[in-house]
Design a protein around this ligand. Sequence first.
Ligand code: SF4
Ligand code: SF4
Length: 210
Amino acid sequence: MNEQEKHQLRTRVAERLRLAGPEKVDLVALPAMKVHMEPVTLARKDQLAASIEAAFDARIDRTRVRKTPTPLDDASLLAVCRTCRGACCKSGENHAYLTRAVLSRVKAEQRMANEASLLESYLDRVPEAAYQGSCIYHGSQGCALPRSMRSETCNRFLCYPLKQLGRDFSSAGYAQLAVSTVADEEGRMLLLSDGETRRVRPETWKLASP
Ligand code: SF4
Ligand code: SF4
């Protein structure tokens, strides 16, 4: 989307929401994960198993992953990340940030009898296919791990664009648009206003073109 298209979109949203003008609509560019799925190979699962086994033997790392404050609620955060489709998950590779501290927490919470059962539980959740070039758990519906089994890194990370969203989220007279770099794909544009998130369809802004 070029600068002229961005301006047209902001103008159109301002008109629809009866805001004072396009300057009341902030546009934040989100990264994008392209949707190309590929089967998860046995070699990748073996690497995950090796990574988990190495973590069992590692010294516990007590570094705390801080939660970044955000005015957005969990559902809104999820809606933003769905718009991008998990670009930050690329760095999860075949380890998924499953450190000794994470594994110890999950083992205790799930009352797992031993490390072998925990390892099996993680291997069982690897999807058959994952996003190409992304984390082994990055399946077609997003992360294949339940939140309780994810690392603190996964549960707490907010990328820089996401940190810019939520300003005046519940205030009247102001809106934000989260637009992924592949904006013309379905589901890649999100409107945040009046404490709610709403999808913006690509044809909505295309209609605005001269
Ligand atoms: S935190 Fe940022 S990069 Fe990661 S999925 Fe959400 S929007 Fe995308
Ligand atoms: S475990 Fe889930 S949230 Fe974490 S990097 Fe992998 S796919 Fe993303």
